[in-house]
Design a protein around this ligand. Structure first.
Ligand code: TYM
Length: 329
């Protein structure tokens, strides 16, 4: 069975971007692939979180994974920092990755601009750590959103380069995976391109009905269409993208028609959209509460996941050490 891997940084709660961009695909893949899903706690260190925040966020994300349907009986669910083998591979990959190519990564450039006082080496080598996460299990498919495409390209480059340098066919080139034709990009409702933690525009799976209503009703719109059948501007297309995902086809068609004949009332659309998001997320929210309070279960899932992940990681790493010319323990 092919290996599949994906991960999320524990910097707060899961939002709809994480959910529709990565988690839903992963949940669907659990029966047909050998799946690894992890919490990227080392990656979250780039912004220097407090120790107590790391622990709390890690437990939160694990409970939310389970609530979304990740099943520890089918998948290996673990914390990145419980698998030290990842770091040894990270070191090897860093030796073959060049400053110029890391500096050209768009997310690095953006972060460097946003946090000029904290342009640390971890931020620069973020893509090689991500490549190690993937290559340590020799994963072939990686369910991720559109925003991770450049990091995925770097992971493929790391795999290719390692194989070329040592004259082996050891690492497969991992591909991003999505059930839809194209990678998913969940928009923000504030007029910005993408829903994201650092954009501060997220609807979280954990948000209650009132919070969701408030956030959706505040969504940025325009003054409305003036010509029948006109192309939707981005802020309006964003609302329709959400309808496509969470509403019924009839609801979507209803608002499409209203848009096309210029009789659309954004207030009605937002009310319907808020209700459909609430209906979609309510059952998950209930499960989040249930799993969050079961600390013993969370501990056990993380412990068993770590043992399984380490077993796979050790196998890869002993091959890598042999290939590079080091002793194998
Ligand atoms: P992170 O924590 O930012 O996001 C986790 C996953 O959610 C997806 N995502 C989105 N998808 C669509 N639309 C959005 N608005 C949206 N926002 C987030 C991301 O594409 C991602 O799949 N570098 C990764 C974590 C990571 C990782 C890995 C992922 C570390 N190592 C190895 C896969 C494989 C990150 O920061 O994701």
């Amino acid at each position: 069975m092919e290996n599949v891997l994906s991960g999320i940084r524990p910097t707060g709660n899961l939002h709809l971007g994480n959910y529709f961009g990565a988690v839903t695909s992963f949940v669907r893949m659990q029966n047909d692939y050998n799946c690894y899903f992890f919490i990227a706690d080392w990656h979250s260190l780039t912004t220097h979180p407090k120790p107590e925040d790391i622990q709390a966020s890690t437990a939160t994300i694990l409970a939310e994974y389970l609530a979304c349907g990740l099943d520890p009986a089918k998948s290996t669910i673990y914390n990145q920092s419980d698998v030290p083998e990842v770091l040894e591979l990270y070191l090897y990959l860093n030796m073959n990755t060049y400053l110029g190519e890391l500096e050209r990564v768009t997310t690095f450039k953006e972060k460097a601009r946003k946090q000029p006082d904290n342009v640390n080496a971890g931020l620069l080598t973020y893509p090689t750590l991500m490549a190690s996460d993937i290559l340590i299990h020799r994963a072939l498919k990686v369910p991720v959103g559109k925003d991770q495409e450049q990091n995925m390209e770097m992971a493929r480059k790391c795999a290719r380069r390692f194989n070329n340098i040592y004259g082996v066919e050891f690492f497969p080139e991992p591909q991003s995976f999505h059930f839809a034709k194209d990678a998913v990009k969940i928009p923000g409702l504030d007029g910005s391109g993408k829903m994201g933690k650092s954009e501060g525009n997220c609807i979280y799976l954990k948000d209650d009905a009132k919070t969701i209503q408030k956030k959706v009703m505040k969504a940025v719109t325009d003054t409305g269409p003036t010509e029948p059948n006109s192309v939707k501007p981005d802020v309006i297309q964003n609302l329709f993208t959400f309808l496509e995902i969470v509403s019924t086809p009839e609801t979507l068609q209803y608002f499409e028609e209203k848009w096309n004949d210029c009789s659309i009332r954004y207030g009605d659309l937002k009310k319907q959209l808020a209700q459909d998001i609430i209906t979609y997320t309510e059952p998950i929210r209930e499960k989040i509460d249930m799993y969050s309070s079961d600390k013993e279960l969370l501990r056990r899932v993380a412990e068993e996941g770590a043992a399984k992940a380490r077993e796979s990681a050790r196998k890869t790493l002993s091959e890598v050490r042999k290939i590079i010319g080091f002793k194998v323990y």
